[in-house]
Design a protein around this ligand. Structure first.
Ligand code: ADP
Ligand code: MG
Length: 280
């Protein structure tokens, strides 16, 4: 297995608060590796450590114990920080905080310019990135003319123009409407099909269900790790972890309770629709 990220037994504690009490560990002995080219969803209840984990993946935070390797580079090595950030790009929840220019394509160019890439190549990278997120036609628009979902796709294009291997997104759809969320998921699937490693932090179970692999965090530790189908089979465990089930699974279980013969492992809408159509 070709691993782009290896997390070896990391722990992390934020500085003590004003009350002087040592806080709980935000990450507590976490080990995890991410396969190159995979699409991984990370979920878990509020405060379980998802954002803290995300910030460890491109050296915004450094573990207090253990280590994080990105393409074999230790994030604690200050000399490697820019190389690591070039490989792993981060997209955050609020699209407005990530855009600064009055023209979308200038925002897309910003990160690549800071890497010192020659301007002819930047032009090429920006166009390619805008096309990859389906925003090429909107490239001249200012952020105030774009929807939340479009702004997030511009933010992703800005990361793409820097040429990362891996994109980490921390609840990028939290502020979007359903249409914006669906478009963003489609963009991420396309980027993944094109070879990018995608790590998507989300509390939407329907989004997590679209990943190859699903990780559930609890109190700074890994609580569950498997394919979405494997994870969603453990409905009791998910409830203990204060997570919801995708709507299709809830509906399927109600239909079963009402006496309909629906298979136990339906997860996606199409599967449920087929199962219903197949009823005698
Ligand atoms: P999640 O993203 O899953 O909601 P976080 O990684 O943000 O979880 O938080 C994990 C834990 O660390 C929580 O207990 C949270 O209160 C704490 N925490 C997060 N950010 C900070 C911070 N900047 N300072 C102090 N504590 C923090
Ligand atoms: Mg968070």
């Amino acid at each position: 297995m070709d691993r782009i990220i290896e997390i070896e037994n990391i722990s992390f504690r934020y500085d003590e608060g004003e009350d002087g009490q040592a806080p709980e560990k935000a990450l507590d002995g976490l080990s995890l590796s991410i396969e190159r080219g995979s699409f991984v969803a990370v979920t878990g209840s509020n405060g379980s450590g998802k954002s803290t984990l995300a910030k460890h993946l491109n050296a915004l935070l450094i573990p207090s114990e253990g280590r994080v390797l990105v393409d074999g580079m230790d994030t604690a090595d200050e000399e490697l920080i820019w190389e690591i950030r070039r490989r792993v790009g981060m997209v955050f929840q609020n699209p407005d905080n990530q855009l600064v220019s009055s023209v979308a394509e200038d925002d897309v160019a910003f990160g690549a310019e800071n890497l010192g890439i020659p301007s002819a190549e930047i032009r090429e990278r920006v166009d390619r990135a805008l096309k990859a997120v389906g925003m090429y036609d909107q490239r001249k628009k200012g952020a105030h003319l774009l929807s939340g979902g479009q702004k997030q796709r511009i933010a992703i294009a800005g990361i793409l123009a820097m040429g990362p291997e891996c994109i980490v997104l921390d609840e990028p759809t939290a502020m979007l409407d359903p249409r914006g969320r669906a478009d963003l998921m489609e963009t991420l699937k396309a980027l993944n099909a094109d070879g990018k490693t995608i790590i998507l932090i989300t509390h939407f179970m329907e989004e997590a269900a679209l990943a190859d692999r699903m990780i559930v965090m609890d109190r700074g530790r890994l609580a569950m790790d498997g394919s979405p189908r494997e994870v969603f089979k453990e409905s009791e465990r998910l409830k203990e972890l204060r997570l919801e089930l995708p709507f299709t699974i809830e509906l399927a279980s109600r239909l079963r309770a009402a006496g309909l013969d629906i298979p136990e492992d339906v997860l996606y809408e199409e599967e449920l629709a087929k199962a219903i159509c197949a009823l005698k």
